[in-house]
Design a protein around this ligand. Structure first.
Ligand SMILES: Cc1cc2nc3c(=O)[nH]c(=O)nc-3n(C[C@H](O)[C@H](O)[C@H](O)COP(=O)(O)OP(=O)(O)OC[C@H]3O[C@@H](n4cnc5c(N)ncnc54)[C@H](O)[C@@H]3O)c2cc1C
Length: 301
């Protein structure tokens, strides 16, 4: 069914659950795909120790990831381009062109974009002042070895971290803005958590030493917090490659707004559907969308 000019029928950008499901579904209907992923396949699933809302009896992210990766590696019609990041996507009437970080270009009749979301950084929010260019890791990357951690923001990964490390004696000093108040309910009673409702926080990372933050509380009171390290739980932002993708005001890429040859799947679609099962389903649907669109074009041609 492929245009003979292309050596693949479908380029899949991103190898999370959505991209992997797209590759499997594409292969099941005889489509050749090329999947580009800068990291390892399902890298985010490997970081989720305790899994929720996934059918099939999987209780840990690595268990599910191992199973998906094994299936993908045995999918002959899918060529994996691991260790490569897509830097640009262009869509024309007859094809899509994808540029990767080596400068190489790939073309195909369709592309599925499933690049997910990444953590917001201190520079992305107004309630934090931090040193220029500072990038902090998300909380889930800590090894939970009995330290005191300053957590910026009250987003839900804190609950995941605490559930995943039920016996850790790590203390979390959670500084959160008023907008996050509703999110911290699930951690409020955990004895390992100390909550700091803040109006503003100024972060100071002195070399080789503790992290220190000057905090103005929501009641106007000022205090200094010190910790062994600082982590993020501010929230996520979509991470789409540059080029011909239509983004909404929030940066998400609604599938209905895209060029007919570009199909968006997984977390990148909207902040509302960020779950593994919805990523798997939308990735599968995206591949079928490309399959039926190609057949329709062939029938017309
Ligand atoms: C701490 C935490 C716990 C979670 N727990 C659960 C849970 O229990 N149950 C649940 O249902 N969901 C959970 N989720 C959400 C779930 O992980 C996501 O909904 C799911 O991983 C989304 O899949 P995706 O394929 O859309 O995106 P991702 O898994 O984010 O995959 C996107 C991939 O695209 C790649 N990529 C990014 N940019 C580029 C580029 N330019 N070129 C090529 N590739 C690129 C990335 O490297 C990444 O591998 C959790 C999330 C977090 C953060």
């Amino acid at each position: 069914m492929a245009d003979t000019l292309h050596d693949t029928d479908l380029i899949i950008i991103g190898g999370g659950p959505a991209g992997c499901a797209a590759a499997r579904m594409a292969a099941s209907v005889g489509m050749r795909s090329t999947l580009v992923e800068p990291d390892r396949l399902c890298r985010n699933l490997y970081r989720i120790p305790a899994l929720n809302n996934v059918l099939g009896g999987y209780t840990s992210g690595p268990e599910l990831a191992d199973s998906i990766v094994a299936e993908l590696k045995s999918t002959e019609l899918c060529r994996l381009e691991l260790g490569r990041r897509v830097t640009e996507l262009r869509a024309d009437d007859d094809q899509v062109t994808v540029t990767v970080d080596t400068g190489a270009r790939l073309t195909a009749p369709y592309a599925i974009v499933a690049t997910g979301v990444g953590p917001l950084q201190p520079r992305d929010v107004t309630w934090i002042t931090a040193p220029d260019g500072l990038t902090l890791p998300p909380l889930w990357q800590d090894d939970a070895q009995g330290r005191t951690l300053l957590v910026l923001g009250g987003d839900r990964p804190i609950g995941t971290f605490l559930r995943a490390n039920p016996t850790t004696d790590t203390r979390l000093l959670v500084a959160y803005p008023a907008a996050d108040a509703y999110k911290i309910e699930e951690i409020r009673e955990d004895p390992r958590v100390i909550l700091f409702p803040v109006e503003h926080l100024t972060l100071d990372l002195t070399e080789g030493a503790l992290v220190s933050a000057e905090v103005v509380g929501q009641d106007g009171a000022r205090q200094t917090i010190t910790a062994d390290a600082a982590y993020l739980s501010i929230g996520n932002a979509p991470t789409a490659p540059s080029g011909d993708l239509t983004r909404g005001p929030d940066g998400y890429c609604l599938p209905a707004d895209q060029h007919p040859r570009v199909i968006v799947a997984g977390d990148l679609r909207s902040a509302r559907f960020q779950r593994i099962m919805t990523a798997l389903g939308s990735g599968s649907e995206a591949a079928l969308h490309a399959y039926y669109a190609a057949r329709e074009l062939l029938a017309k041609g």
